[in-house]
Design a protein around this ligand. Structure first.
Ligand code: AMP
Length: 374
């Protein structure tokens, strides 16, 4: 049953990263208290939370403590312990349930769910062993991409195979997990739709973002995506179909490939706010984090509106010092840093959001800033 959670009550968040931090900041704006369960001592979310429980995601006593102090529980990250989350649904109010995490933790169940919703995915086969992959690979052909079913992110746990000569490159992937091999999609653009739904079934998509990756890590998001109107509509329709089919409560980010024909192929799902939606903090009348909190608290959702074309760019470890040195030059840039102590190379440390009248001029400004040059 859907409950309404009010300011002054406590929202428990599993996971203490930047997504939890931005959720917490949005919730605190409305007067909620925040409890966070996270194994690291000084986490981005822990820094802004009222209650910190420092323990592993599967620590039973810690989960019980989280249940005790929270009026509602959400999560910011899909690789939390599924069994722990399932147990929590029995002793606490977890409106999102545990099923979506189970499905999206594994590419095999995730792809099946997308297909079940009536949306297209790249042709794929599932292989439990290297030998099974070799036996099945002709069903997909080359080039193809082999991905571990579990635990991959930012391009980790996957390998492009250009021909059968490359097959031995993926032997090691099977040490970690069952794998899938999927056909290489010759996409023109990558986009994402963040769809959000409350327990009453009210559903909205944020404006569609166009995503540019560098070395498999999201580099920048351009909003609205520079795609045909019909493609844009198809993208939000597909995300809504998947959300409905999964009976979503909360947030689902749907990553898609846009083909030259304008057709879409769904790549993957994330059951949480997404890096490509950070722009909404400044550029929309409701941020992905504010809407997520409304959804899990049983509040009515707001129809999102974009105030202006916007670019958001990630700040990785190597960009922190050049960004800091440039702050004085760019009064229109909204700078977000997540409070992570160590600026390791390629670690997501923050992002910058720029609302603009001209995407082209701003892309040029970003290029000339010298912060993201390799
Ligand atoms: P993923 O971890 O599945 O999001 O993949 C990371 C990135 O690899 C995507 O954002 C794409 O740029 C690329 N990629 C993944 N799968 C495919 C595919 N089937 N065809 C072409 N590029 C892909």
């Amino acid at each position: 049953m859907t409950k309404v959670i009010y300011p002054g009550q406590t929202i428990g968040i599993i996971g203490g990263g930047q997504l939890g931090r931005m959720m917490a900041l949005a919730a605190k704006e409305a007067g909620f208290k925040i409890a966070v369960l996270e194994p690291a001592m000084d986490s981005p979310c822990g820094q802004v939370a009222d209650i910190r429980i420092v323990a592993a995601y599967d620590d039973e006593a810690a989960l019980e403590e989280l249940a005790e102090v929270s009026d509602v529980i959400t999560y910011e990250f899909e690789n939390i312990d599924y069994e722990g989350l399932k147990r929590l649904t029995q002793i606490a109010y977890v409106p999102q349930g545990a099923e979506l995490v189970r499905i999206t933790q594994n590419r095999v169940t995730e792809k099946a769910a997308i297909v079940e919703a009536g949306c297209p995915v790249a042709p794929y086969v599932v292989a439990e062993s290297y030998d099974e992959l070799v036996a099945k690979i002709d069903e997909i052909g080359f080039p193809c991409i082999v991905k571990t079913a579990r635990g991959g992110y930012d391009g980790k746990g996957q390998q492009l195979l250009k021909s059968a000569d490359d097959l031995s490159l993926v032997r090691a992937l099977f040490e970690h997990s069952v794998c899938i091999a999927e056909g290489f999609v010759p996409f023109e653009k990558e986009i994402s739709v963040i769809v959000q739904r409350n327990g009453q079934g009210q559903t909205y998509c944020l404006p569609v973002g166009e995503n540019i990756h560098v070395h498999h890590i999201l580099h920048e998001t351009i909003v609205p995506a520079r795609i045909a109107e019909t493609t844009y509509e198809k993208a939000t329709e597909a995300a809504t179909k998947i959300a409905d089919s999964l009976n979503l409560v909360g947030t689902l980010a749907v990553e898609m490939f846009v083909l030259e024909s304008g057709e879409l192929v769904i790549n993957e799902l994330a059951p949480r706010p997404h890096n490509s939606g950070h722009y909404s903090i400044e550029a929309c009348n409701i941020s992905q984090f504010g809407q997520h909190i409304r959804a899990v608290c049983g509040w009515p959702l707001r129809q999102p509106r974009l105030w202006a074309p916007t670019i958001s760019i990630n700040i990785l470890g190597q960009h922190v010092i050049p960004l800091t040195n440039s702050i004085a030059k760019y009064p229109d840039w909204s700078v977000h840093l997540y409070g992570k102590a160590e600026a390791k190379v390629n670690r997501k440390m923050g992002h910058v959001t720029i609302m603009t009248e001209s995407i082209d001029t701003t892309l040029e400004q970003i290029q000339n800033a010298g912060i993201w040059s390799e």
